[in-house]
Ligand binder design. Structure first.
Ligand code: ADP
Ligand code: MG
Length: 414
């Protein structure tokens, strides 16, 4: 069997050089599947979990086309538009375009919310080759005609299922409606709920379908354990785990933004360097937290699902599910933050009595029974707790007393 190399796809020399410099030796399976179609100008429907190399799978054909055809966009127009669900993902995608397109002299513009729009408008005024952004700000700039996509030749929707979860479908429909019919499109998603296949049908023309691994599969390189623990004992358990130096770079997931802030504060109080990252923080604060974590300045990133999906940091030794997610797919995404690029990783789950149904749903989806690290697995899920009031505390409305015979009715006017 001959091994497929990037060179065999006929990429421009500067792209090949950049791939080599980035340490990309051979294409990943999704790249092997999607690159020939993309390079042939075909639409692509890619189904693959995170960490499989989707970014290069859609970025390289666009760059190759632009290397061969150096058109200039008119003011505020772009030749390629990439939509991502979160700002961090958009930043990562933009960086990847810049990395592999470094020698091509292209103008790449990032259009995301949470930062001023003026700078983005200014950059768009020169005309762009590639715009990477999040749906809200993209629509915002389109509405003021500071972003024109009527001549856009390449359109990519990344992490489409996440877009759906975040309520971006109306924005995406607006964008798609403004695209020209003659274009090349790609849609990537880890899962294919009905809404996404519907969207794909309207968006893609005769697409080449590339499916790599169902979302239900967790990489076998990840060791998965669970601690059965009372909700009130999670804090102490977390700090005792994090005092173990083998937790060189850990992401701790909480369900809520406030929970993330609380846990990060508590860890810092215990001299464990931690930063919180979630959707309530401004874009700069989020990026700062991520950079500090990447550079190793902080050892622990405490994050919500929104902030951490798709984030690509190498060398994450542990993922701690401080609270289990109620959507089992989120668990798969969370633990996919470790064991990237074929490395090994450890996923630790904390499960209190109320979270047992979540644990069961996760184990059913992944088909992996987590090893019990501490506590004992309860035989039955505790029924979802309905707040039960003590009978003494139930307030009954007093019945209106009928006026007794002869008693004067009180009037309001009195
Ligand atoms: P996804 O979008 O599927 O989550 P990414 O595109 O973010 O995946 O890629 C995951 C990681 O793998 C990134 O660090 C990326 O640089 C790296 N990577 C992608 N393709 C290759 C390759 N062919 N060889 C080596 N590393 C790769
Ligand atoms: Mg990605």
């Amino acid at each position: 069997m001959t091994e497929i190399t990037f060179a065999s796809f006929g990429f421009a020399g500067s792209i090949l050089g950049a791939l080599k410099a980035a340490g990309f030796e051979k294409p990943t399976p999704i790249q092997e599947g999607a690159l020939p179609a993309g390079l042939a100008g075909k639409d692509v429907l890619g189904i693959a979990q995170t960490g499989t190399g989707k970014t290069a799978a859609f970025a390289l054909p666009i760059l190759q086309a632009m290397a061969a055809n150096k058109l200039h966009s008119r003011r505020f127009a772009t030749r390629a538009l990439i939509l991502a669900p979160t700002r961090e993902l958009a930043v990562q995608i933009e960086q990847e375009f810049k990395k592999f397109g470094a020698g091509l002299g292209l103008n790449t513009v990032l259009v995301v919310g949470g930062v001023g729009r003026m700078g983005q408008v200014n950059r768009m005024s020169r005309g762009a080759d590639i715009v990477v952004g999040t749906p809200g700000r993209i629509c915002d700039l389109m509405s003021t005609r500071n972003l024109l996509i009527d001549q856009c030749q390449f359109f990519v929707l990344d992490e489409a299922d996440r877009m759906l979860d975040l309520g971006f479908m109306p924005d995406i429909r607006k964008v798609v409606a403004a695209l020209p019919t003659r274009r090349q499109s790609a849609l990537f998603s880890a899962t294919m709920p009905a809404e996404i296949s519907g969207l794909a049908e309207g968006l893609l023309r005769d697409p080449v379908r590339v499916a790599i691994q169902a979302i239900s599969s967790t990489p076998s390189r990840i060791e998965q354990t669970v601690h059965f623990v009372d909700a009130g004992a999670k804090r102490a358990l977390l700090s005792s785990l994090l005092h173990d130096p083998s937790f060189t770079r850990a992401i701790v997931f909480t369900r809520t933004k406030r929970g993330a802030d609380r846990v990060a504060l508590q860890l810092n109080a215990e001299k464990i360097s931690a930063a919180a990252m979630h959707g309530n923080l401004g874009q700069n604060a989020r990026q700062r937290a991520l950079e500090a974590f990447k550079s190793g300045d902080v050892r622990v990133l405490v994050a919500t699902d929104l902030a951490a999906r798709g984030i690509d940091v190498t060398g994450v030794s542990h993922v701690v599910n401080y609270e289990l997610p109620n959507e089992p797919e989120s668990y798969v995404h969370r633990i996919g933050r470790t064991a990237r690029n074929g490395a090994e990783g450890i996923a630790v789950a904390f499960c209190d009595a109320t979270e047992l149904p979540f644990l069961n749903a996760i184990e059913k989806l992944t088909g992996v029974k987590m090893e019990v690290a501490s506590g004992t697995r309860p035989a039955h899920a505790q029924p979802a707790r309905k707040p039960q009031r003590h009978p003494d505390l139930v307030v009954r409305k007093p019945k209106p007393r009928r006026p007794q015979y002869g008693e004067q009715r009180k009037t309001r006017a009195a």
